[in-house]
Design a protein around this ligand. Sequence first.
Ligand SMILES: [Zn+2]
Length: 689
Amino acid sequence: MTLATSNPLLQPWSTPYGLPPFEAISTSDFEPAYERALAQHLAEVEVIASDAAAPTFDNTIAAVDRCGRLLDRIDNLFHNLASSETSPVLQAVEMRMAPLLAAHSSAFFMHRALFARIDALHARRDALGLTAEQRRVLERYHADFVRAGAKLDAAAQKRYAQIMARLAELTTRFGQNVLADESAFQLVLRTDADAAGLPDFARATMRQAALDRGLGDGMLVTLSRSHIVPFLTFSERRDLREQAWRAWTSRGEHAGEHDNREIAREILTLRNEQARLHGFACYADYALTDTMARDQAAVTALLKQVWEPAKACALEEQQALEALALSRGETVALEPWDWRFYAEKVRRVRYDLDEATIKPYFPLTRMVEAVFDCAQRLFGLRFIEQPQIKAYHPDVKVYEVRGADDAVIGVFLHDNFARATKRSGAWMSSLRKQSRNGAGRGEQVLPIVLNNNNFAKGAAGEPTLLSFDDARTLFHEFGHGLHGLLSNVTYERVAGTAVLRDFVELPSQLFEHWLDEPEVLKRHARHYQTGEVIPDALIEKLQRARLFNQGYETVRYTASALVDMAAHALTDAQAPDVVAFEHDELARIGAPATAGMNHRLTHFQHLFSGSGYAAGYYVYLWAEVLDADGFDAFVEAGNPFDPAVARRLREFIYSSGNSLEPSAAYRAFRGRAPTALPMLKQRGLVAPT
Ligand SMILES: [Zn+2]
């Protein structure tokens, strides 16, 4: 087996912390390594399933939890590279592997003998003398198998596996198409007139982007959020704003090889068939049975609570924008590409606040120090940079993470900059999950966690400056990162972020609250040139302006969540054209045309680049009920770093993973169930009392 011995993916990794030996791995190593690892996983499963001994928790559940680690290692690395450092060759491998990985997953979850053992244990779960975590792990595995088709008859299983394989291809293609449209767009600003209105920081990052792409001395506006949002906010050139807006909102909607319209339609059609095989009328019903919300009624009730008040709020905002336009002698009917532009002008007038005076206080390096410092003060963590370790791209920084007792608890990789080889958005992922169920039984496994952001890199020799929103994103993803790093469970199945999906945004959104704390800002928000601490007056302005434009933001988010839910609640065997459906649905709910949506269906990667957030875009608002109510525990204690509250937060939220039922975990942290009022106040949708 020369293959196995020469392929670095199949060798033991004697690297620091067991990180992948990035430099030794080439793209061509993946397919042969996958082949070997898939076979090895099935062989391990066969051993468990054919055990002559009667099923026990240890010989079946704990063993399943422990198996397939070689495959995990390869798969985690592969998907991380496919997201943040891809290439045409890697994308081709991704397309070829997608149906094979789906077929493997079906073979695993539909293994009759294995499921029979799990099912038998599940039936006797009260009599097994399990710990609370073991019982939860058994229930989760049982649900995983049932929800993946383990109980279907042979004919239904065959069709189910075909659906899953096709969905894997389609969702992979969907994400690649969005990236293709994003990479293809280039708005090059050659003259001063083209760049009218753009502040220095925006010009600098756009000049750098032009250099990076070999476009010489112009300025490049890409479809990266950290280009497009400043451009729409500041550019005086209404024609170019319209051009950029149209490109941004039509991703995935162009005829040709990257067209996502038919792909999204076929995904919806197949998901409906998948749900019907399980006996549900629609995909939303199937997806929601395994969430805190449980059903469509609960989700709709939550979304309705914000939708009408947010629309009313957005209408008032629009009137203020139109008045401002009039005051400039401009009587244009407001279009979607005008909203951010006039909103910034209103903000400047009303709060004496503009983006260009905020950004100098938010250099990326200091904000990274800020998240580390908050983690230290709350949980005693230390992040120690390891510059000698090279990751998969020179921009990635590697940190060793130590706990309060100075023991290493994990590794953190920070990948902050936008580039053409990275998908848009921001996310947390892992190369390895925490458990105490390593290959040698009971062995500690330390987590390796990544955060990806898409900040526009500062010009050469200049620091990268964040907007306040960018800083919020940094804190958000770091909150997810802590959920992975602080995980303290025995079994991998319930480690870290493997929670119910409407709980998963709680640790991330909760962590954003520390960015709003004046004490944190005064400690870390310092002017990048003078080192001057952010003035109190500026902090006050930021706080007073916090609710500004929230109608717009809430409408954009909620419209996307309502369209997601409606698309996955369809019961027709054949899904409709997604563009027409979205148009009709927005009209039906009375969405204001000038606000738009966070994501249109043709590039809604949450829904169609995988199934994790399908019928699940509502989870951010669901978790916001929890994070707004949860942070009040610190407010009530009178200290944003109150040690007793922080201890409970760590025990029941950040380190318990899915070992506790989520509502019970929240009550254990907060001492009571959550209420929605703090969320409504946070969004400015009720008058504060
Ligand atoms: Zn998140």
